[in-house]
Design a binder for this molecule. Structure first.
Ligand code: ATP
Ligand code: MG
Length: 243
């Protein structure tokens, strides 16, 4: 059953059509990967599917409590309350605050006080860094802190969607860190019953996690299917891998 779907999403910035008539659907508990060259429109699509931007046209539908709800144009805070969490390509943490304070702020602003920040920190292996200001931490650790904050939105809901959007989660990580993150995401997915959508350039990471891939080019979806099918499609090899 679809948890999320969109139909004919288009978004223009001036003369640039960043997303051009995109339709896709995400099954509950699936992990969908989105690939594409720089500027293909991946983050713009993410912004629309998480309430950070409005489409010029098209619809976004979420299944919430067994009902289909059209949510295009709803704000990010409303998406978060429905159980949609996300991370950002360029991290957006409160840099001067500690890891603990960043997570606690999310818990308080979302009124999810039943979530124990300590438990989330432990789950993500951040207990030792909890009292450190975020701007003093290595990149991989900061990314985990952002993931913890997104989980407050996603996992704190009792009847929401439990949808986690990750914009290039493995970018900037070493091979070992990326592998560790893939294992962590698989564990979180099982523990919380998550549905995930992720943008990535790391093919091994995508193959480890994703059941389905969508390839984007110039705002359009040019191929969709199982990872190996998409990687080997001629249109993807020419548009994305430059062959
Ligand atoms: N806020 C904005 N204002 C103007 N143009 C924008 C804005 N956001 C995105 N664009 C443009 O829309 C196009 C798609 O950008 P987007 O960031 O969605 O691509 P992307 O696939 O995420 O690329 P990358 O792999 O580099 O992150 C680009 O041409 C970009 O310059
Ligand atoms: Mg992007």
């Amino acid at each position: 059953m679809h948890l999320l779907s969109c139909e004919g999403i288009t978004k223009r910035y001036g003369g640039v059509t960043a997303v051009d008539g995109v339709s896709l659907s995400v099954e509950e508990y699936e992990t969908l990967g989105i690939i594409g060259s720089n500027g293909a429109g991946k983050t713009t699509l993410f912004n629309i599917l998480t309430g950070f931007d409005r489409p010029d046209s098209g619809t976004v539908t979420l299944r919430l409590n067994e009902r289909e709800l059209q949510v295009q144009g709803f704000g990010a805070f409303t998406f978060a309350h429905m159980g949609v969490g996300r991370t950002f390509q360029n991290l957006r943490l409160f840099e001067e605050m500690t890891v603990y304070e960043n997570i606690r702020t999310a818990i308080l602003s979302m009124k999810r006080t039943e979530i124990a920040a300590e438990e989330l920190l432990k789950l993500l292996g951040l207990t030792e860094q909890a009292e450190m200001p975020v701007n003093k931490l290595p990149y991989g650790t900061r990314k985990k802190a952002e993931l913890a904050r997104a989980l407050v939105c996603t996992c704190g809901v009792k009847k929401g969607c439990r949808l986690l959007f990750l914009d290039e989660p493995a970018a900037g990580l070493t091979t070992a860190e990326a592998y560790e993150l893939a294992l962590l995401l698989l564990r979180l997915k099982k523990q919380y019953g998550l549905t995930m959508v992720l943008i990535e350039h790391n093919m091994a990471f995508l193959e480890d996690l994703c059941s389905t891939l969508c390839a984007m080019d110039e705002g359009k979806i040019i191929a969709a299917g199982k990872p190996q099918e998409v990687f080997s499609a001629a249109v993807v090899r020419s548009a994305i891998f430059g062959e």
